[in-house]
Design a protein around this ligand. Structure first.
Ligand code: C2O
Ligand code: CU
Length: 463
């Protein structure tokens, strides 16, 4: 690749912005969906323009552009994509939140073989739900995701309300040193605690990018928290924002965004009402850290469209099965610390430690020996996962292939809502109710990748 200059960096940022959103949804709907033609997605090393220190070398990306593309699909239409692995190590693609055929789930050993460097794999499925999802590898995950492999999926539905603009935000950090180059992805003592934090924060691989959107217009923000570690407390300054969907599913009613916590793996769809005066700027903030961080800014352009958030039609619900609580079987899942030594030579990226376990079993999904499923479920039946977190850390727990409805937490109050990733607080006990309506072996793990890779992984079987 030619040496990238600051000038091409700025152009790249604009192109990424235009691709990631900024154009009207109507414009996007006019284009043929990628659902019919098989496309190719190449994993490869790249130089990335993340800091002002020049290119960060040996980042990893998907596709031809620097930043992994937003993959657009249509609900109920077949989607096909060939993964080509241009890396010198095995990889796979997991489609986080999509309820698809188990053979397409992208978990080595459990659902598919490794895709070695130079090899490919054909993924084909029909997404049943509309919403915001994401994709990432499930092999050497800390390294591969830490270096860039994570992209956003938008599943469109023809009945989606039309916004004046749509902006897709892939929020993540990078572990870079003062010279802008990668440093060690983790520190063992942090892996045994909250995880090792990145040093540089980005949206769509840019530090505090600014997007233009029509003054007084309604913008759909599709936010994916793709970092390997960081939990965010999101707020919008300078504009009104309503939560319209979370983790791919529309919320039962819309509510004002107010210090909402989301963890790695989670998504949030916001309806942002841009300020009326041209040039006014709104900001997406993370208020969780010791000092507030501005993640993205939005600048109002043109004469005000004078839209009203109240006029926005509701999103259509996805076709999910309602749990039958009268006939549910309860299954315990207890999170804990664990201290067993383990070999460091797993080729799927063992970190060499067991710090965590689920039901006392530390499985790190990086060896060819996945132990036994922690639970077996009968297809079509309702189950309740009784999850307890006696650890001092927050864990974003993600279940593949199925969705659950959190209920009865001793720590959090929530509206009924289907999700695939639940952020469990220290000392929390929660019930996750689900219908086991998708057969296969489904991984259930913490999405703080250091926790996942040091034992906080399990899987359940639906037959
Ligand atoms: Cu987002 Cu097991 O994955
Ligand atoms: Cu965790």
């Amino acid at each position: 690749m030619a040496m990238l200059t600051r000038r091409t960096l700025m152009k790249g940022a604009l192109v990424a912005g235009a691709y990631a959103g900024g154009m009207s949804l109507a414009g996007q709907l006019g284009k043929p969906a990628s659902a019919k033609a098989a496309t190719t997605l190449l994993t490869r090393r790249t130089d990335a323009l993340i800091t002002d220190k020049g290119p960060t070398r040996a980042a990893m990306t998907y596709g031809d552009a620097e930043v992994p593309p937003v993959l657009r699909m249509r609900r109920g239409l077949p989607f096909a994509l060939r993964l080509e692995n241009g890396l010198d190590e095995p990889t796979t693609v997991h489609w986080h939140g999509l309820r698809i055929d188990n053979r397409m789930d992208g978990v080595p050993f459990l659902t598919q073989p490794y895709v070695y460097g130079g090899d490919g794999f054909d993924y084909a499925f029909t997404p049943p739900d509309a919403g915001t999802f994401w994709y990432h590898p499930h092999c050497n995950t800390l390294e591969q995701m830490g270096r860039g492999l994570a992209g956003v999926i938008v599943v469109e539905d023809p009945t989606d309300p039309v916004f004046d603009a749509e902006i897709v935000l892939n929020l993540r950090d990078w572990r870079l040193g003062g010279d802008g180059q990668f440093i060690a992805q983790f520190k063992p003592r942090d892996a045994a605690r909250a995880g090792t934090f990145g040093t540089v924060r980005t949206a769509n691989w840019r530090q505090t990018p600014q997007y233009d959107a029509p003054a007084g217009g309604l913008v759909r923000l599709r936010i994916a928290a793709t970092d390997v570690t960081r939990i965010l407390t999101l707020n919008v300054d300078g504009a009104e924002a309503l939560v319209i969907a979370a983790d791919g599913n529309p919320t039962a009613d819309r509510f004002k965004l107010d210090h909402l916590m989301i963890g790695p793996g989670q998504r949030l769809d916001l309806a942002l009402r841009m300020p009326d005066s041209e040039g006014a700027v709104a900001a997406l903030m993370d208020l969780r850290g010791t000092k507030p961080a501005t993640l993205v800014t939005f600048r109002a352009t043109g004469a005000s469209l004078k839209r009203n958030l109240q006029d926005l039609p509701a999103l259509a619900a996805n076709p999910l099965s309602e749990p039958d609580l009268s006939a549910a079987t309860e299954i315990p899942f207890i999170l804990s610390a664990s201290a067993e030594e383990r070999p460091k030579d797993g080729i799927c990226g063992s970190l060499g430690y067991n710090f965590w376990a689920i039901n006392k079993v530390p499985w790190a999904d990086d060896s060819g020996d996945p132990t036994a499923p922690l639970a077996e479920m009968k297809a079509g039946r309702t189950y309740i996962f009784n999850v307890e977190n006696p650890t001092p850390q927050v864990h974003p727990l993600h279940l593949h292939g199925l969705v659950f409805k959190p209920m009865n937490s001793n720590k959090q109050a929530f509206r009924p809502h289907f999700s695939d990733t639940y952020l469990i607080l220290p000392d929390e006990k929660v019930q996750l109710a689900l219908v086991a309506d998708n057969p296969g072996d489904w991984v259930f793990h913490c999405h703080i990748i250091e926790h996942q890779k040091t034992g906080m992984t399990s899987y359940v079987r639906v037959t």
